[in-house]
Design a protein around this ligand. Structure first.
Ligand code: SIN
Length: 478
């Protein structure tokens, strides 16, 4: 297994020789050591990327699409290997990890296809002897800082459109999950990408991120992570006016109206809440349930959550793996404790579990809390764990107002059988992604991203291509 970085087309360690441990969150075992790089290695990656990009921008859209398709096919070929690697470094169950590999590959394939449709425009001019042309050109070198919760898909969601648009990309993966990123770099080379076009630099976020923002060749930065870090990056990028795409925190409401198909809502709630053990930016954080269907929904949720198998991700029977680290499980415990102290009722879970000998103390039982109110931490901050807090409402206006009462605006969900309500509520929710009778909206062809403190820009779909293209207006005098 490759653990060095791909920088400027060469497999290298940190210049200092320093490395950091990559730890399996399920067992605390050190599974590898990755290079602890900093500013000098980042600058080298950026300079190599700039040289490679000058040639790549001249490659036809069809050839770029073919390379991205080959890359996606190699990911699918290696689904089991890549999935197993992801489970080891991130903890998610194998089935979910393999699913993420397919999801990740879909961004490469879809963006490559879309490269063929990067159309410009002609605009009627005001003078007979003039023509107005609008060109779309690659921004140049783009950088990406990616999170640990989706170690492959959050890279390809940025890398696919960047390469498709004719850009080069330098990726700094999360310190918790460098191995999936390095494995992608290997497959990119095998797919025939120019060697320096896509670099992976692992190590300290502040040093690498700072070097990315400071380098004059970097034109765009895409980040997925917390709102707090997003603000730091935006401040840093303001010096050089670096174009920013920020996919930040969320606090998704999940509304169940009185006319909803409650069984369908329960099934969707469990799939949504327990995706990646609740460690997903678009996981429901607040279940808002009409008073008249509260007991039906909550008892269904308790029944389904109670049957979920928590365990080591390498065990094919596990549905929920460990939380990523001790701080993550401590946060979940703090949120549950706070809710109980403020009057919520525990309907199931509410404690750590030990699913097997030799496993780390980092597994948390799927939990349902009832009688939740707006003052509780679960109603305001991302819990990022398998906790479903349920609060009730009595009418549509109240539900929408509670849902919108958040600084975040990433994803929201609601369930109803009333078509008029469906459109009304979809329009009223102040969120970038709305799931109407659907709790799994993520897909390569749709624009993903938030409003308010959840970020800027969109990833995926044709809107995702805009982050990596500049619009140039040519005024042509005949
Ligand atoms: C995220 O958690 O940031 C991404 C989730 C998704 O792509 O569905």
């Amino acid at each position: 297994m490759q653990t060095r970085n791909l920088i400027g087309g060469e497999w290298v360690g940190a210049l200092s020789g320093a490395e950091f441990d990559v730890v399996d969150p399920a067992t605390d075992e050190v599974i590898a050591r990755a290079p602890d790089c900093g500013a000098a290695e980042t600058a080298r990656a950026i300079e190599g990327a700039a040289a490679a990009q000058r040639a790549w921008r001249e490659v036809t859209a069809g050839e770029r699409a073919a390379a991205l398709r080959a890359f996606a096919d190699l990911m699918r070929r290696d689904r089991d290997r890549l999935g197993a690697l992801m489970t080891r470094e991130q903890g998610k169950p194998l089935a979910e990890a393999r699913g993420e590999i397919d999801y990740a590959a879909s961004f490469l394939e879809w963006s490559g296809e879309e490269a063929k449709r990067l159309y410009g425009e002609t605009i009627p001019a005001s003078a007979r002897d003039k023509r107005i042309l609008v060109l779309r050109q690659p921004v140049g070198v783009a950088c990406a800082i990616t999170p640990w919760n989706f170690p492959s898909a959050m890279i390809t969601r940025k890398l696919g459109p960047a390469l498709a648009c004719g850009c080069a990309m330098v990726v700094k993966p999360a310190e918790d999950t460098p191995l999936s990123a390095i494995a992608l770099a290997e497959l990119g080379l095998e797919a025939g990408l120019p060697p320096a076009l896509f670099s992976v630099v692992t190590g300290d976020a502040a040093k690498i991120g700072g070097a990315m923002l400071a380098h004059p060749l970097v034109r765009a930065l895409s980040f997925t992570g917390s709102t707090e870090v997003g603000r730091v990056l935006m401040r840093g990028g303001s010096e050089r006016i670096v174009r920013m795409s920020l996919e930040l925190g969320g606090h998704a409401p999940f509304i169940v109206f009185e006319d909803a198909d409650v069984d369908r809502a329960v099934e969707a709630a469990v799939a949504n809440k327990l995706r990646n053990g609740g460690q997903t930016c678009i996981c429901a954080n607040r279940f808002l349930v009409h008073e008249s269907v509260r007991e039906a929904f909550v008892s269904g949720l308790v029944r389904e959550m109670g049957e979920i198998r928590v365990g080591h991700g390498v065990d094919e029977a596990s549905r929920v793996g460990p939380l990523i680290n001790d701080a993550a499980i401590e946060k979940v415990e703090r949120h549950v404790r706070d809710a109980l102290e403020k009057g919520a009722t525990l309907r199931c879970g509410g404690e750590r579990v030990r699913p097997g000998p030799g496993l780390a103390d980092r597994f948390y039982a799927p939990t349902v809390l009832e009688g939740v109110t707006g003052e509780m931490l679960v109603s305001r901050e991302e819990t990022f764990g398998p906790v479903a807090p349920v609060r009730t409402f009595t009418d549509e206006d109240e539900a929408v107002s509670i849902a919108n009462d958040s600084e975040y605006g990433l994803a929201a969900y609601f369930f109803t059988r009333d078509a008029s309500r469906l459109m009304r509520v979809a329009e009223a929710l102040e969120f970038g992604v709305v799931g109407a009778n659907d709790a799994l909206p993520s897909t390569a062809q749709a624009p993903f991203g938030g409003v308010k403190q959840s970020g800027l820009g969109r990833e995926g779909g044709r809107h995702g291509m805009d982050e990596y293209t500049e619009v140039k207006y040519v005024s042509w005098g005949l």
